[in-house]
Design a protein. Sequence first.
Length: 183
Amino acid sequence: MRAAPQPFRARDGRDAEIRSARPSDAGCILDLATALVAGEAQWNLPEPDEFVLSAELIARTARRSLASANSLHLVAVAGGEAVGSLTLEGCPHRKMRHVAELGLGVASAWRRQGLGRALLAAAVAEARRSPVLRRIQLRVFASNRAARALYEAAGFRLEGTQRGQVRIGDAYVDQLLMALDVA
């Protein structure tokens, strides 16, 4: 799926552009993902030493999503840097092609500026235009209240709780399963 580029103005006046990720964006998207994993282990599943994402994999994902009817990769770019990224990874199996898994990351300096909400709104709008997608689902740590509030405001509903699914330090945290009907 491809999304038309759209301007974004942060609450503090900074500008960015939200658009479909291109293979050439792989390096700056990798920089964003690396910073998110390194700086915020409490919100990310992989620990920094387990993080195996590569620019090659990101470029492949971008190429695949540009040619797909059920996948999308958006990037928010400001000053040549990726400041936000959203993926809808469509299931490749025919029985579940109508389902996409959402992943969202926003640079810490761009949080509480409306960027996550704008990325999410753009992705939902594209998903609603898709002839294939009917459902977006995601997983979020129960302890991540800001992310949960964002998803709930966008219409996502809680579908399940995996009790003690994630270990953060010495604590076990629930993982929530949420979904949105886009048909």
